[in-house]
Every structure is written in C-alpha cells, then in structure tokens.
Write a protein that binds this ligand. Sequence first.
Ligand code: ZN
Length: 355
Amino acid sequence: MVSSSNIKLDSSFYHSLYDHRMTDASLPPPPNNTRYLGIDVGGTTIKFGLCDSHGAIRSKTSMPTDLLPEPRSVIQHGLEFALSALGASETLESVGLAVPGVLDTSSWSLKEVVNLPHWTNRPLLELLENESQRPSAIINDANAAALAEHHLRGLTDKSLALITLGTGIGCGLAVGGKGLSGDHGCAGEIGHLAINFSADANLCNCGRRGHLEAYAGAPAVIERAKKALECLDAQEIPSILRRTDLDPRDLSRAAEDGFQPAREIIIETGTYLGQAIGILGQVIDPAVVLLGGAMTFGGQAKSTGRDFLTAVKRSMADTTLQQVGSQMIIEYASLGNTAGVTGAALVALQKGRKS
Ligand SMILES: [Zn+2]
C-alpha cells in the first residue's frame, strides 16, 4: 500500500508547448506558414480553430449547433472560416474533426450519438476529404482533448488519460501521441467500469449494475447527498442544500463553507473515482491522468477540489501495484473548452505530415 504522501507529483518532465514538436521524429517539421483546421462538434456548440504547427490556436470561432445541423454544412462553414482567417503567406494543410459518441473507425461513421440526429451512419471521413480536398482525420472528442493535453505537456511517447466528470463520466486516451479508440470505439469508457459487483449494486444509466457512473456521475452524487441529508435535522442543513434541484456546485459551496457531510460525500466520490482509475492504471499504466469537466468541486483553486483530488489519489494508490500507484500523476486538466479544437487540429497535423 502506498500512502498519498508518497505519490510522485514531479512534473519536471513536462516541456513547454512551444518547445515541443509532434512525436514522429522521422518526419521533418512542417513549415511555419502551414495551418491546420480543427473542428470540435458538440451538442450545443460547434467550435472551429485554425492552429499552427505547434498546435497553438491562431484564430477561432464557434456556431450554435442548431444553425449547422448536418455534417456537410459544418465542414463547409469551417473551411470558409479557415480560408478567411489565413494570412497572405499561409496555407491550409489539413483538416481534423472531433466528434462525440461512438465512432466506428472502420467506416469512420458515428454509430451512437446524443443530440446530433443528422450525424449517425454518415461517411464522415469521405465527406471531409471531398469537401476540403485536403488530408483529413476524424477523432473522438474525448480522445481529441486527451491528445491536446498530451501535447501541451510534451509527453511524447508517454500515455495520458483525460477523465471528464459530469452527468456522465467520459475518458479520452492518448497513448504515445495518438488517440486510442479501441476496436469498437469504446476504449477508456471509464464511466462503465464496474466498481461494485454485488447483486444490489447501484443501477447505471446503461442498464448494468455497479458501474462508476452509478456512484460518481453527478446524478448519483446528488442522490447520495440527499440520502445523507435525510438523516440530519432540517436546521443543521445549510440553506443552499435545501433546494430540490441540488447540483454538485451546491455541494462544493457547502463543503467550502465547512459543512462536513457535503465534504464527506465529495471525498467518497473521489474514492470511487480513484478505484476506477486504479483499474485503468493496471490496464493502461498511463504516466498522467487528468480530471476535467463540470464536476471538479472547484478544482485546484478550492480546498474542496484539492481534498477531492487527494481522495482520488489515495484510493487509486491503495488499489494498484506500487509501481503504478506511486508514479502515476493525477491532476486537474489545463486546456478547458479549447482542448477539442486543439486535438482535432493536432490529428490533422499528424495526418498532413504523413500525406
Ligand atoms: Zn454503465
């Protein structure tokens, strides 16, 4: 067993974004005036970014998804944006598209996706290549974000997992500078890792029991909080937690104000998450695991977020071999909502260099 105090947090092998080049050293560096279009398709917003050969965004824009409901219009809008944003001596080398849902990497089509009815079972890569007339690449959005964080940290041949915490729990994997999707588009679906194998384990949204999401997804966290609050006298409960439409941010605020039961629910959530990261650690053995998304309990800036992270690390280390538990770095993600666009541009850059 490894105590959390032994967990190595040395980030010295991180290099700056601008010192780092893409990972395949056998290929020559791209010229400085080449640009790469990244498109990040979301259920409410579609983001577009024109990136340089270091993966830095030079120009960006976004559109509500409602206004660009189907793939061809998204690609055309992205190309118009990119061509108008190019400088006089710059050229658009290649295009990358990050998409949510289950991406079939044999047909490059989306098999399952929420809120994007016009996107399923379309030959997305063919469409992207035909419209852009350039080398094109498609990547799952979670993997795109992981790839961007991997690049930002200069991890080269090391592996990184980026876990997004919210209503669901997603995970993108970047292994040796490439996204890892699995043969069925489901690699790294950490939300559906079983952490409780008992017959009466909590029921997950997917219909199975005992999955991480049924314990540490936002609705499950709120459910556990409500049960804990039912055991208390009403006057003991802070007003912020008496609302019927509680969300994890209320829990964070109450914990930050010193309300111990809220802090305990958050710590317990960290323990569940750490167990799943421990399983991931034994299978993938990543150098770095990052936590992002809407439910990070204030992140590194708040004591509640720091306590949550400590609980995650302790639980992970308690369930893994020391070689994994003592060396895996777990911290909060850095790139926020530009990670998908950057990752899409990076996969375009990789594709462009090989063409
Ligand atoms: Zn599940």
